[in-house]
Design a protein around this ligand. Structure first.
Ligand code: PRP
Ligand code: URA
Length: 209
């Protein structure tokens, strides 16, 4: 089974409370999602591989560490996942970005895929799938299915708020995937929204409704 981790650094918890507040408007919501994503990127990149490199300081030659340059891709699930991309790129600017478009049918709650555009070498990359919400898990499962279908095999999934139902479903469908969330909430309501959650992440990010 992959890892499941709640990244509950005090700064992340504080910022998450700001975006949960229904009175937080689009501008601040977007800025804070960006900040949380940077903090999460810092946490999830802890196990990035390093190699030895010779460096000459003003004093002497020494051998120190640098990233091996293993290829990375960030894959936001459109729309709401887009809000997490820039925060991630703040720390890993050389990452490629693949996009996967998916929306939940409001009646069935089943995800519908409408767009996929990946870097050509996606099968060789460490992939960070990002979406603020893991509710039933349907969207994340289908996104990872679509990536596996293209040969990808090395995944971490990052969200801001997860429901226990979604975590369970994603772990069952893709036991190889590590899951990182800023919060594990209580449950889903009858409309498939996370309680207490933060509402509809896409609408709050983009000012739609
Ligand atoms: C939201 C969210 C996830 C999905 C989570 O997207 O961004 O992609 O719901 O729900 P699930 O775990 O039950 O699949 P939504 O379908 O509202 O589309 P949007 O991002 O375009 O608003
Ligand atoms: N999608 C959202 O944007 N919010 C939820 O609470 C559940 C699914």
């Amino acid at each position: 089974m992959g890892k499941f981790e709640v990244l509950d650094h005090p700064l992340i918890q504080h910022k998450l409370t700001i975006i949960r507040n229904r009175d937080t408007g689009t501008k601040v919501f977007r800025e804070v999602v960006n900040e949380i994503s940077t903090l999460m990127a810092y946490e999830v990149s802890r196990d990035m591989p390093l190699e030895d490199v010779e460096v000459t300081t003003p004093i002497e030659k020494t051998v120190k560490k640098q990233l091996t340059g293993k290829k990375v891709a960030i894959v936001p699930i459109i729309r709401a996942g887009l809000g997490m991309v820039d925060g991630f790129l703040n720390l890993i600017p050389a990452a490629k970005v693949g996009h996967i478009g998916m929306y939940r049918d409001e009646k069935t709650l089943k995800p519908v895929e409408y767009f996929v555009k990946m870097p050509a070498d996606i099968d060789q990359r460490q992939i960070f799938v990002v979406d603020p919400m893991l509710a039933t898990g349907g969207s994340a499962i289908m996104a990872i299915d679509a990536l596996k279908h293209r040969g990808a095999h090395n995944f971490k999934f990052m969200c801001l708020v997860a429901a226990p139902e979604g975590v369970k479903a994603l772990q069952k469908a893709h036991p190889d995937v590590d899951i990182y969330t800023a919060a594990l909430d209580e449950k889903l309501n009858k409309d498939g929204y996370i309680m207490p959650g933060l509402g509809d992440a896409g609408d709050r990010l983009f000012g739609t409704k």
